[in-house]
Write a protein that binds this ligand. Structure first.
Ligand code: FAD
Length: 435
């Protein structure tokens, strides 16, 4: 199949129905205005509306335009820095608190989906985190044991000889299974959040970009392309799509493109061979790959960062396909059906951040792991607006670092990605040649 016939929209979009009818214009006055209708914004809105506050969510595009309907649907513990690293920076107690927020977010999303009866293919499938060199396998196995002892994180090492029980490939050198990690259908999850928010009385308005937020009396004056809104509280939930609307935040998040391809429908036997236990998968490459079977177990969805500079979904697809076939040679003759990308927000310390700046609440910087963390921190931001003590998290009040001269355009990224990608590929090939 020629690349030009690949649909350049997320596969997930084909599996959700039409967007519900939304109001065309925002109200002129609300208690809470939220900028961004992804997981963070909608979850915050659900919380404030259920807490009795009139709530408006506006999005510059259609709700869900951002990462929240484009992601891989993989759910981990979402905190990247290790306990040691965090302890060196913040002391053991705070470090434990920060790490625990990842586990809290993972537990919370499972309970939330089940309590609200959400139809979003949520499953506790476990993750196979694969080692791309023998040395990485030893590190992983040692770290997994430490994670179990220090933080109670359930995992077990899988040597290369048993790897095919987890993933149908010989391209790795074993790995670790994190049994508590989950998967869901990102598009359905977003729609279900939207349904809950609307049901709770939230006003959601799309195609309504916010152009300015200024103080006005005890609240804020928010200028949107569809009119001015007076709001007592404002929550900014723009993550990788943060702009000069909030310059302080823009200087602290690094927008990075992430790319995914979907294969055409495959025979059941192929999916059973590649994903025998339906695990989600990722690897130890510095420029990580993440992949899985689609929830209906008909396709492979394969994601990663393919080029030093940002590129188109189609150019990304050709490179991702090559990488996918290196891991799964069984897919050499398989066509692609979809290719898409989205913009995640990294932070300079690889932590998500939430708090209040100049009176404006925010939660963002999920570093590519926001499926549970974004709605969890959105919910916590909503609780803070309601004045509830449980809104405080161990991530509140942490220094949110920036760098001198950084204004939101990551000029340093292409060189860093090119270097790490070259290193990963070299290690990968060298390790395979040695077997
Ligand atoms: C390709 C890809 C794969 C990913 N895979 C995973 C994964 O497998 N697991 C995982 O945990 N995470 C993953 N992520 C990350 C995860 O999707 C995000 O962390 C999460 O969705 C962030 O949600 P959010 O609501 O904060 O932001 P978003 O969903 O990005 O929403 C932000 C919204 O803000 C709006 N906005 C911006 N500026 C304005 C303005 N001025 N006025 C009004 N609206 C505005 C935008 O239009 C956008 O809709 C992935 C992301 C991508 C792109």
């Amino acid at each position: 199949m020629p690349l030009s016939s690949i649909r350049q929209t997320p596969f997930w979009h084909d599996q959700v129905g039409a967007m519900p009818t939304l109001p065309d214009r925002p109200s002129a006055k609300v208690d809470v205005l939220i900028v961004g209708a992804g997981y963070t914004g909608l979850s915050a809105a659900l919380t404030t509306a259920r807490g009795g506050r009139s709530t408006l969510v506006v999005d510059a595009e259609d709700p869900g335009y951002g990462c929240s309907s484009r992601n891989g649907g993989q759910i981990s513990t979402s905190v990247k820095p290790s306990l040691e690293k965090l302890t060196a920076k913040f002391g053991l107690e705070r470090a434990r608190g920060i790490r625990a927020e990842g586990a809290n977010a993972l537990r919370w999303i499972g309970e939330f989906v089940s309590r609200e009866g959400l139809d979003c293919d949520f499953r506790r499938v476990g993750r196979f985190h694969a080692a791309h060199t023998p040395g990485h396998y030893e590190d992983l196995a040692r770290d997994a044991e430490k994670l179990r002892q220090q933080e109670g994180i359930e995992s077990f090492a899988v040597p290369r000889s048993e790897q095919r029980r987890q993933l149908g490939t010989d391209a790795y050198f074993g790995g670790v299974v994190f049994s508590a990690h989950c998967s869901l259908h990102p598009g359905k999850f977003h729609r279900e959040l939207l349904r809950l928010a609307i049901g709770a009385g939230v006003e959601v308005v799309g195609q309504c970009r916010v152009g300015a937020i200024t103080r006005s009396g005890t609240g804020f004056r928010v200028e949107t392309v569809k009119g001015v809104v007076e709001a007592r509280d404002v929550i900014v939930a723009t993550n990788g799509y943060t702009t000069a609307l909030t310059p302080w935040l823009q200087r602290r998040v690094i927008p990075i493109g992430s790319y995914i391809i979907a294969t055409e429908e495959l025979p059941e036997a192929t999916i059973d061979e590649l994903f025998p236990g339906d695990r989600i998968a990722s690897d130890t490459c510095k420029v990580v790959y993440y992949y899985r079977a689609s929830p209906d177990r008909r396709r492979v969805l394969f994601g990663g960062r393919v080029s030093a500079s940002e590129t188109t979904a189609l150019a990304g697809a050709a490179r991702l396909r090559q990488d996918m076939c290196r891991i799964f040679p069984q897919l050499e003759n398989v066509a692609l059906s979809h290719a898409w990308s989205g913009t995640v927000a990294y932070s300079f310390d690889e932590l998500a951040h939430t708090g209040v700046q100049d009176g404006i609440h925010f939660a963002m910087g999920y570093c590519g792991s926001g499926v549970s963390m974004a709605p969890y921190l959105g919910m916590r931001a909503g609780q803070k607006v309601l004045g509830l003590a449980e809104g405080q998290t161990a991530l509140d009040g942490l220094p949110f670092p920036t760098r001198p001269l950084y204004r939101g355009k990551p000029w340093f990224l292409p060189a860093a990605v090119a270097w790490y990608r070259w290193k990963d590929q070299r290690q990968f090939r060298k390790a395979l040649r040695m077997t």
